[in-house]
Design a protein around this ligand. Structure first.
Ligand code: DGP
Length: 114
């Protein structure tokens, strides 16, 4: 999608610190980190919100989580623990309308979330 920030990052038209890239998924560091580890795992397919995910995306969503696990292991936070978050729509705080998995870790996480 031409006016989507994350589509532009995926296409390397907007710079980002990309740490993983394959034919379906790109992962890059969040520009405004909320924890020592804050990586965004993003499907290349443009889906505006989680509500747009259909059965044809089942494999893609599984891959997204497996990439997050891999990044967590590479960053050394897998055993300590980490949080995966996908915000949907305004009340959850979604600000970029291209789905993305937040990988957060490197500090204790609180529950319930704010
Ligand atoms: P959300 O609020 O769940 O839609 O998360 C969007 C995240 O995207 C937020 O944590 C900040 C991050 N972000 C916004 N703009 C940019 C950008 O230009 N580059 C990078 N790397 N991250 C961005």
């Amino acid at each position: 999608m031409s006016d989507c920030l994350f589509c532009k990052i995926i296409a390397k038209k907007v710079p980002a610190k990309i740490i993983y890239d394959d034919e379906a998924i790109t992962a890059f560091e969040d520009v405004n980190p909320q924890a020592p580890v804050h990586t965004l795992i993003v499907p290349k397919k443009h889906l505006s919100t989680t509500l747009d995910i259909t059965e044809e995306d089942n494999e893609l969503i599984g891959r997204l989580i497996r990439v997050a696990n891999r990044v967590a292991m590479e960053k050394g936070i897998a055993e300590r623990g980490f949080r995966l978050v996908m915000n949907t729509n305004p009340e959850a705080g979604q600000s970029v309308y291209h789905i993305h998995l937040h990988l957060l870790g490197g500090r204790p996480m609180h529950w319930p979330p704010g």
